[in-house]
Design a protein around this ligand. Structure first.
Ligand code: EPS
Length: 365
């Protein structure tokens, strides 16, 4: 499947070293103002080649709107977006075209399809996430304009390094999306040393949606948290997803985990904004675990497509930590799931009257 969503359906296409990548967004309501320049900010936040801490591949990542927008607004017809690939270096992949990188999708793709495009990882490349971020520019805009919902994210761990403070204002001022400004020089040294060593490391990203009203999500199949888990797991290199306190809930008592409600507001947000698969009106909080990059220049024993033992060495321009660029991607998946659920809620329950005053979200969540 290369399509996800129900009422808002996004299909992405393209390979890392093909002529272009793109997406089709179907089901977007008419009247959303969209211009090609709206995409630049989020695409640059995700792109390679913008700091020494990510892959040096330098793509412009300029979005062309092919359909679905007339005189600057969406028309309700499919929105097709295209980004041309311009900085492929396929010779980097010549020597491993018939080998499997340990920890990479190469082996599984080969067994599934019996054929694969090895250049830049083909369809399994993180290049594909460009189009998720592009599609989510439309979703973020609609969510903000129609519902006052904002989506943001930050890195919450890299290797064994944790933030010493949490300041949203610091996040966009460093290449790691790190919420503690005083640690940035430390992180730069950490990633410089990592890159020089040729090894890689994992990371955790947290994405948060503020302003989500209560009621979005489905009660059994299609739960908001279930769909968020599937959406985050569909991102390259993701190995774990938590909603709210996630696995930390295991050690908590019920008296701690329950988020006490008062007319003045919730007193905590251990649930991460989802109760029974449906949004509670609290911020929706999703944590995502990224594994270490599998493309390493450090040699390792492996096998090739004929079953021979080989030394696998991956040359080229790779990220020492894919999590460094993952914050906008997690935000994108959160925004796309929320917009889909909002449209589904409107379709079924748009004329349900609220009979109980809303409880404000907790101040500190
Ligand atoms: C990637 C490997 C590298 C990254 C690429 C993701 O590709 P290449 O060898 O062609 O430089 O640069 O990331 C992007 C191009 C991007 O836009 O995210 C991989 O194996 O996933």
């Amino acid at each position: 499947m290369n399509t996800f969503g129900h009422l808002l359906r996004v299909t992405t296409f393209g390979e890392s070293h093909g002529p272009a990548i793109g997406c089709v967004i179907d089901g977007c309501p008419p009247g959303v103002a969209i211009a090609p320049e709206d995409f630049a900010h989020d695409l640059a936040r995700r792109a390679t080649g913008r700091s020494r801490h990510t892959s040096a591949r330098r793509e412009e990542d300029a979005v062309e709107i092919l359909s679905g927008v007339y005189e600057g607004v969406t028309t309700g017809t499919p929105i097709a977006l295209l980004v041309r690939n311009t900085d492929q270096r396929s010779k980097d992949y010549r020597d491993i075209a018939r080998q499997f990188r340990p920890g990479h999708a190469d082996y599984a793709y080969w067994h599934k399809y019996g054929v694969r495009d090895p250049r830049g990882g083909g369809r399994s490349s993180a290049r594909e996430t460009t189009m998720r971020v592009a599609a989510a520019v439309v979703a973020k805009k609609w969510l903000a304009e129609r519902h006052g919902v904002t989506v943001r994210g930050h890195m919450a761990q890299i290797g064994d390094v944790l933030p010493r403070a949490h300041d949203w204002n610091a996040v966009e001022d460093n290449p790691f999306f790190w919420p503690c400004a005083e640690q940035v020089p430390e992180l730069e040294a950490y990633v410089d040393a990592l890159r020089k060593s040729g090894d890689s490391v994992g990371a955790k990203v947290v994405a948060v949606a503020d302003g989500v009203p209560p009621g979005w999500g489905e009660p059994v199949y299609g739960k908001l948290d279930g769909e968020l888990a599937a959406a985050m797991m569909s991102i390259n290199a993701v190995k774990g997803v938590e909603i709210g306190d996630g696995f930390a809930s295991v050690a908590q008592k019920g008296t701690v985990h329950r988020d006490v409600m008062t007319p003045a507001g919730f007193l905590s947000n251990h649930a991460g904004g989802v109760l029974g698969g449906i949004s509670s009106g609290q911020p929706v909080v999703v944590s995502v675990a990224f594994k270490p990059t599998s493309s390493l220049r450090l040699p390792v024993e492996g096998v090739d497509v004929d079953g021979n033992v080989v030394d696998v060495i991956t040359t080229g321009r790779h990220d020492p930590c894919v999590g460094i660029r993952a914050t906008p991607i997690c935000e994108a998946m959160l925004a796309l799931v929320l917009m889909d659920q909002a449209l589904r809620h409107r379709a079924q329950c748009g004329d349900v009257d609220e009979v109980t005053p809303r409880i404000p979200p907790s101040a500190d969540a």
